[in-house]
Structures are given as C-alpha cells and as structure tokens.
Write a protein that binds this ligand. Structure first.
Ligand SMILES: Nc1nc2c(c(=O)[nH]1)N[C@H]1C(S)=C(S)[C@@H](COP(=O)(O)O)O[C@H]1N2
Ligand SMILES: [Mo]
Length: 575
C-alpha cells in the first residue's frame, strides 16, 4: 500500500530543511558555550570574510555601515558584529541546510525507501566534511582538540542527514492530505489550507501535513530549549560581547564630561586649569576602553593565554628575539602615549574612532636588538585571527611606533588585541594588527590583509572634523549678546591640527578655538561661541592639519582611502 503513495515533493524538502537545521544551529551554540566546540555558523561568516572577493566584501561592509547609521541602529561596531553573526553567518548556514535538504529529497525520490537512510547519512556526512574543513581553516574560538572538533562537526551533520532521511521516509509512509481526504478532494494540491478538519488522529493515520506540524513542534521545542540553555549560561558568565560588566569602571574620561565644569569657577570657555573648556555636549576627550569602537575580521576575538604566548621574531635577522609579555614588560623601557585610533571605514562623523592611553615598547628598540640583515626592510606581522600586515621598517624611526600591551593602564582587553598590538601613527587602523602571533623580517613589501582586498596601500589618515554639539541649552550672555557654544573634534593622524573653522549657513568661515590636545597623536577639541540668531541654521566645520593641508571638502566614500567631506548639522533655534 505504502509503495503506491506519492513521494514527498522537493518543496517539502525545503520545509524539512528549515525544521531540522534550526535545532542543529541551537546545538552548535550550546556546544560552543558548554565545552568550547566550534561554533560553525560563526565560522561560516569568518570563512566568507577570508575567501569572498574584496570588492564584494567592501560593498557589503559599506552597505552595512550605511544601513546601521541610516537607521540609527546603535554603535556601528556592535550592530555590525550582530548582523555578521545572525544574518550572514547563521543565515547562510540555514539557507545551505535548506537547499541541501531539498537536494537530498530529490535524490531520495529516486531510490527505494529502504535506501533513504543511507542517502541521508552519506549526504549529511559529506556536508559535514565540507563544514569541518571550512571550520578548521578559520576557527580560533574552539578550545577543544582539532580532531574532536572535526569529528564533532561530521557526526552532527551525519545525524542531521539521518534526521532528514527519517522525515522523508515518514512523509512517504503517511498519506498526503488529498490521499487522506480520499473521497471528495479530486485536486491533489497539498496546500495546508485545504485540509479537512479532523476529530481524532491516531499516530498511524495522520496525514503528511499533520506529521510536519508535529515535526515542527518537536524541532521548535529542541531549538527553544537549546537556545534557552545557551542564554541562561550566557547570562551566568556575563555577556562577552556587550561589555556591560565592566561599564562601571571609572576612567580618566570622567574629568572630561561636560557636567564636570558646572561646579568649577571658570569662565564660560575656560576650564579650571586654564585650558579651553569643551562646548557642553562635546564627546569625551578620552574614550573609556569599554566604549572604544572595535573593528576586526573575526566575529569573536581570539582568546590567547598570556602566560604561554610568545612570538619569535625571525626572518632576516642576525639575532632572533623571542617576545613574551614578561620580557616586554621587564626587559624594555616602556612608553606611554595618548592616541586616537580610527578605522578607515569610519564615515565622516562616524563612531569608529576613539582615544585612549597606549603603553608599550618602541619598535625601534626591538629592531636594534634583532640586528636586521642587509636587505631586510619590512616586517610581516601575523595575528591569531588570520589577519596580517606588512610594516615598512623605515617608519620605525618614529619612536612612537610601538608594540603595545596596555590600554588605559590595563592589559589590552580581548576585544582590543590582547596580548599585543602595534601602533603605527598616521595610518588608519587597518595597518595595525591586534593579537600579534607572528613577526618576521622580510626583504620585499607585500600587500596586507585589507590591501589585498582593494583598500588603500598606505592608509594615511585623512583630515576630519566633526560638529559634536550645538549647545542650545547652555547659552550664556556676554556684553549683551547671547552665545551658543558649538564644538566637536578635529583629527589628522600624527600631523596634528593647526586650525579649525566654522561656517554658519553660507557665511564667512570663522576660526574656532582649539583645546590643547592630550598629545600630538590625538584628536583636538575645538569650540566656537556663536552669537545666537533664531531660525533654521546649518553649522559646518573644516580643519587644517599641522602641515598646512586643508581638509578635502569633496565627498568621498570610505573605500578605498578613507572618507572625506564636510560635516554639517542643521538645527532649528527658537528665540
Ligand atoms: N588581528 C587583527 N588586527 C586588526 C584588525 C583585524 O581584523 N585583525 N582590524 C584592524 C582594523 S580595520 C582596525 S580599525 C583596528 C581597530 O582596533 P580596535 O578594534 O581596538 O578599535 O584594528 C586593526 N587591527
Ligand atoms: Mo578598520
């Protein structure tokens, strides 16, 4: 009797794919959380990042940053990581699962019912093998042995394939809706809407639709259970991505918040210490580490054991040197510098920029010890996440080029490159690897990770200036005039800022006051006290760097050399 039933359609295979792949995703999340097994959906995203063509990636990143900013979704870096994991990683994983399930259905349609398990098992294992290889090539979050990871992924997918085959076989054994409705329904349309109501359905007699509903119920339960346990565990160990657990740590920035001046006896524009008082609403001059933007190719930062971490600097050197955290801290003179770092993907007035105190060792001191051989001119730096960059060693003459282990007086956080990262003044972040695990002196320049993907070779920071605030609630009177403090930041890498000008509507450009920067490597806070006038006004800002170059007013996108353009804000001011 069963043999005469219609075989399940490929469309049903798509549906079964969704139902069976969702719990698999939940199980991978759980395996990662419980014992540190590879989180395959995450690996999928990371793999795509490494292997898709640069142009496509750049387009994807730009679009994502624009959408996040356009829709005001929140901090660009955090929202981007969320999208990467959930929409790209998990999304792709699900789509692949659904398509493969449909293919398996198509294959099973061609074999006898006694063979379907074999098809599912082999099909699943093959897919698992591909995923295991993919994961092995990019995963660095797993803390379990490689062989176990490999076997785990293959077995999980073999079981997944078996589950699909089981669902297929069950479907084939149950009557279709129309077969079940036998009598009147002539059309064989299996659409759920045409199902006649049933009063009782014992296990033997349910139709395919009812079977799918039950299967859906079971997998939904599994998925929700898995996700629930995962979330519970996540709550227990503190959210690794949110950083909320450290949000209460006080930092130097507290002295720079606008409120700080309220009790101080200072004039409107002068702080207690005589420096220029930032216009209320200007961003914090120092960025708390937990608020510092984070950009990197990994969906999750590599976790490195600082006690065993060691990097042997080899290549074209007479005296190879092995760096450990201990040797870096004890054997070399450290240096401290306030630094503003910015991502080349930061749009004008974007949030991918931050300032904190960096501590480390001048690269020059280490180069001297290495005794670089004739012809060695570059250093290839590799990182735990698969990132790499090539540093032209002539830049190390600037003693500010340093290998850094502390931020804001504390060891680097995992997100920001623990245990070691490099600082190269005047270049965008893409030239400055975090999580350094390899250093080698080589003869020839090579393009680094982002350069190979079509981004700027030199990545020299461009001049940028931003209006942070038009402080309409903090006006003050002087000589019968009401002034509105306007302020923000200007930055030009290591070149410094020599002048900032403000324009209101189409008026003359007028010079703003500059606050003494925290160092010659940070942004500069500017302020302009604008004589109030009611109405709708546009406030624009532009800057000149320390070498006399003026900010590029023409609008350019972030790719390939960093964004340019004038930042303007419009405010409606009532009298
Ligand atoms: N290993 C590694 N280092 C990296 C990256 C990366 O993806 N991997 N991204 C770079 C980029 S593009 C930027 S903007 C800075 C960001 O540093 P932050 O996340 O500490 O702000 O790190 C740089 N160093
Ligand atoms: Mo970046």
């Amino acid at each position: 009797m069963e043999q005469t039933r219609k075989r399940p359609s490929i469309l049903t295979g798509l549906l079964v794919g969704i139902l069976v792949t969702l719990p698999l995703i939940a199980l991978f999340f759980l395996g990662d959380r419980l014992i540190g097994l590879p989180l395959v959906p995450l690996d999928v995203f990371d793999w795509m990042g490494r292997n898709l063509p640069g142009g496509l990636l750049t387009f994807g990143i730009d679009t994502m940053v624009e959408i996040i900013r356009g829709l005001n979704l929140g901090p660009t870096d955090e929202v981007a990581k969320f999208i990467e994991l959930w929409f790209i990683g998990v999304g792709t994983f699900l789509i692949v699962g659904v398509i493969v399930s449909a293919i398996l259905f198509a294959i099973m349609n061609r074999v006898s019912l006694s063979r379907t398990s074999l098809v599912g098992l082999v099909g699943g294992a093959v897919v698992g093998l591909v995923y295991a290889l993919l994961s092995a090539s990019v995963n660095f979050t797993a803390t379990t042995p490689d062989a176990l990871n490999f076997a785990f992924i293959v077995v999980m997918f073999a079981l997944w394939g078996l589950a699909i085959a089981w669902a297929y076989t069950e479907l084939a054994r149950h009557p279709t809706v129309s077969e079940a409705a036998a009598a009147t329904t002539a059309l064989s349309s299996p659409t759920p809407a045409s199902v006649p109501a049933r009063t009782s359905a014992n296990a033997e007699q349910i139709d395919r639709r009812q079977f799918l509903v039950r299967l859906g119920g079971a997998t939904a339960t599994l998925t929700v259970l898995g996700a629930g346990v995962d979330l519970l565990l996540a709550a227990q160990e503190g959210n690794p991505a949110g950083g909320t657990s450290v949000a209460a740590v006080p930092t130097a920035s507290s002295t720079a918040t606008p409120e700080a001046d309220e009790t101080a006896e200072a004039s409107a524009t002068e702080a207690v210490d005589g420096s220029l008082e930032p216009a209320p609403g200007t961003r914090s001059e120092v960025t708390p580490v937990e608020d510092h933007y984070r950009i990197d190719i990994a969906s999750r930062p590599p976790s490195i054991d600082g006690n065993t971490w060691a990097v042997e600097i080899g290549g074209m050197v007479a005296n190879p040197v092995t760096l450990t955290l201990e040797s870096l801290r004890n054997n070399y003179e450290s240096q401290d510098l306030m630094i503003t770092m910015q991502c080349i993907s930061n749009p004008v007035a974007g949030d991918l920029i931050g300032t904190t105190r960096w501590t480390g060792v001048p690269l020059q001191d280490i180069l001297e010890e290495l005794q670089i051989e004739e012809g060695g001119g570059f250093m290839k730096i590799t990182a735990a996440d698969g990132f790499d960059e090539i540093v032209d060693l002539s830049v190390a003459e600037d003693r500010n080029v340093m290998l850094c282990y502390d931020w804001d007086g504390q060891p680097l956080t995992e997100l920001h490159g623990f245990p070691l990262r490099i600082y190269i003044p005047n270049r965008y972040g893409m030239k400055q690897p975090k999580w350094i695990t390899g250093m080698e002196v080589i003869a020839e320049w090579e393009p680094g990770y982002w350069v190979r993907r079509g981004w700027s070779q030199e990545a020299i920071m461009r001049i940028v200036s931003v209006v942070d605030t038009v402080a309409t609630n903090d006006t003050y009177e002087e000589g019968g005039t009401t002034y509105v403090p306007i302020g923000g930041i200007a930055f030009a890498g290591a070149r410094g800022i020599s002048k900032v000008e403000v324009q209101i509507d189409t008026g003359e450009w007028v010079e703003a006051e500059l606050r003494e920067p925290l160092s010659d490597r940070t942004w500069v806070i500017w302020r302009y006290n604008w004589p109030f006038a009611a109405g709708i006004h546009t406030f624009s800002v532009r800057a000149v760097d320390g070498e006399g170059n003026t900010q590029i007013e023409e609008v350019n996108p972030v790719h390939p050399d960093g964004a340019t353009g004038i930042h303007m804000v419009t405010r409606t001011l009532s009298a």
